[in-house]
Design a protein around this ligand. Structure first.
Ligand code: XBP
Ligand code: MG
Length: 253
């Protein structure tokens, strides 16, 4: 079976959005709504164990802020905070302050040149994906991806495989025709749960995660003048992960 599509996670994979993007937007939303909650950099690292912003807020209340007097309509309260956070986060992306990770643009362009299909499988809100693609990649980048599987389209978020199943279904492809790009333990569990070969690029929040199931682990995809470092898996001794390298990983047993 030949490689037909590349399926990308968003947060932590396309861009380092968590610490200086989502976390900041959560904190600004809390302040805007008169809540004295503060998610520090280390606390946010712990909260990342739970994917999905609304789910993460609930987890925070259940595990870290148990003294908070919850309103009777808890889901609506959380949804309201989250909608405020999404507005703040997308406005932040519109300033162009969050760049793509090394090699992401280069590899996407090369994949398009080779007529490989592109898709996204993420737990984040669709508006966040579109804002990132438009402002960090290209104004028309939303159209580069045939399928953008995001947020609440599936009831069970990563580490469940559902979002990958959804993306594959929409692409009309089997797992054996695609390769996934992820950055976290929850991400690889999701991709592997759906049966995809997976390339991991780590970041500060995920460097210590368990990537034993990954097919290739690197610090980033690399760019000319900014070489990537292979942490585990097939090392082609190149500065950058290009489509030849991706194909080799895809075709390895
Ligand atoms: C990362 C997530 C998201 C974001 C916040 O998703 O877990 O929840 O942290 O986004 P992925 P929302 O790595 O799958 O892209 O607040 O919109 O949920
Ligand atoms: Mg991720």
């Amino acid at each position: 079976m030949s490689l037909t599509a590349l399926v990308f996670d968003v947060d932590g994979t396309l861009a380092d959005t968590e610490r200086d993007g989502h976390r900041v937007a959560f904190n600004q939303a809390f302040a805007a709504l008169g809540l004295d909650w503060q998610w520090s950099v280390p606390l946010y690292g712990e909260l990342l164990a739970v994917t999905g912003g609304k789910e993460r807020i609930l987890h925070y209340l259940e595990k870290y802020n148990t003294g908070f007097r919850r309103p009777a309509a808890l889901s609506a309260f959380i949804a309201d905070i989250h909608a405020t956070k999404t507005r703040i986060y997308t406005a932040l992306l519109e300033t162009g302050s969050i760049p793509l990770r090394p090699g992401v643009r280069r590899l996407l362009l090369e994949a398009r040149e080779r007529d490989r299909r592109l898709a996204i499988a993420t737990t984040t809100t669709p508006a966040n994906v579109h804002a990132l693609l438009e402002h960090a990649l290209a104004p028309d980048a939303g159209r580069w991806f045939e399928v953008i599987a995001a947020g609440d389209v599936v009831p069970a978020k990563k580490p469940a495989p559902d979002i990958y199943h959804y993306a594959l279904d929409r692409l009309g492809l089997g797992a054996g025709q695609c390769i996934a790009f992820e950055d976290s333990a929850n991400g690889i569990r999701s991709a592997k749960g759906a049966g995809l070969k997976t390339i991991i690029t780590t970041n500060d929040y995920t460097a210590a995660d368990d990537f034993a199931a990954a097919d290739l682990v690197l610090d980033h995809l690399g760019d000319p003048g900014n070489p990537c470092r292979v942490i585990r898996g097939r090392d082609l001794q190149r500065d950058c992960v290009d489509m030849d390298w991706v194909e080799r990983v895809f075709n390895d047993d």
